[in-house]
Design a binder for this molecule. Structure first.
Ligand SMILES: [Zn+2]
Ligand SMILES: [Zn+2]
Length: 353
């Protein structure tokens, strides 16, 4: 009986119009949010900003850069003459480790809670002029090793329950210093996005006894429509529910809850995936590609979190050239995110570069 109903369902699907070609909504299985896709709009004439490609020459060392080796930072400390990576506590931290605890609730209408945390800055390289795309794979491997070291030490602190590792690249993203660096914010609470994902991972794991992203990767490898790059340990793809035009996910094939579970081979292949993807991005519009990128990993709240599958998001804002970016305004602020070019189109563009 069951088999018959499956056959009927498939036949019904065959007679349906291809909804990928008409306006439709897609579900983000990681957050439970929905997005609107309007593929027919890619034919409309563009009368907005026109691209100008700027090539900027940068020095390997800048005397005024607070991240370059040997330079003085805002708090008066001198950076060591570091040769590879360098990590330090942010001189302008958004979270502080000595914040006293406390909360306030006025009639459930005004609610607040003190938040304790630590903000770290991770310099990827002593070279002021490089980006991840121009660094060697073994140098990117050193960055991953430092992320692991920080994740382990911050995560072992009793009051740290979540660690966000991220990079904001490019002045368009509000990054004022081009020196290759990222940040780590570690805190008491699990923030909104990872909390949504934790709930999605948990409900799928409970229902299916399998990992959400492991199943998703298997399906994408079979369909091959949204793949950008793969190696034996990692898959890079444009997610089915991507919001940003060239948004991608780097996902380990194995269900690892955090980067602490990577073996040496997997760490190298993670570095390869990062290198290939950032190089492809730079080629897309012939410009150092801006983005916000970051890892999502299991909370460090002392629970095992077998449901979790760590991954890395890339959210790049550029839409059609080095200077024309996507805006999240109007309908997107008030209703939900929307895109014109399909994730399948974006994946094909990135794959072929
Ligand atoms: Zn610098
Ligand atoms: Zn995520």
């Amino acid at each position: 009986m069951k088999r018959k109903s499956n056959e009927v369902k498939q036949n019904m699907d065959k007679n349906q119009p291809d909804i990928a070609l008409v306006p439709h909504r897609r579900k983000n299985i990681l957050t439970g949010d929905w997005i609107l896709v309007s593929p027919h709009r890619t034919r409309r004439p563009w009368q907005g900003e026109v691209s100008t490609v700027q090539t900027e020459q940068r020095n390997t060392y800048e005397p005024d850069c607070y991240l370059c080796p040997g330079n003085k930072r805002a708090n008066g400390e001198i950076n060591p003459a570091y040769q590879s990576t360098y990590v330090f506590t942010n001189d302008f931290s958004a979270l502080l480790n000595d914040t006293p605890s406390g909360q306030k609730n006025v009639q459930d209408l005004l609610q607040m809670k003190a938040e304790k945390g630590i903000c770290r800055v991770v310099n990827f390289s002593p070279r002021h002029d490089l980006t991840l795309a121009q660094m060697e794979e073994n140098e990117i491997g050193n960055v991953i090793a430092l992320w692991q070291q920080e994740f382990r030490s911050l995560g072992s602190l009793p009051y740290i329950n979540y660690i966000q590792i991220f990079e904001n690249k490019g002045s368009i993203m509000g990054n004022s210093n081009p020196h290759p660096h990222g940040q780590i914010w570690a805190q008491e609470s699990i923030p909104m996005e990872p909390m949504k994902e934790t709930k999605q991972f948990q409900s799928y794991y409970k229902k299916n006894k399998r990992g959400l992203l492991a199943d998703y990767v298997k399906l994408e490898l079979k369909l091959k429509e949204r793949l950008v790059y793969e190696n034996p340990s990692f898959v890079v793809l444009v997610p089915f529910w991507a919001v940003w035009p060239y948004e991608t996910l780097i996902i380990p094939r194995r269900k690892l809850v955090s980067i602490l579970e990577l073996n040496a081979k997997e760490r190298n292949e993670y570095a390869s995936a990062l290198s290939v993807l950032t190089k492809k991005y730079d080629k897309l519009f012939q410009t150092p590609f801006p983005y916000s990128a970051g890892l999502h990993q299991a909370p460090t709240d002392g629970t095992k979190h077998s449901e979790w599958h760590f991954h890395m998001h890339f959210y790049p804002p550029l839409l059609r050239s080095a200077s024309v970016k996507k805006f999240m305004v109007g309908y997107e602020m008030l209703a939900e995110p929307q895109r014109d070019i399909t994730p399948e189109y974006s994946a094909r563009m990135l794959r072929e570069l």
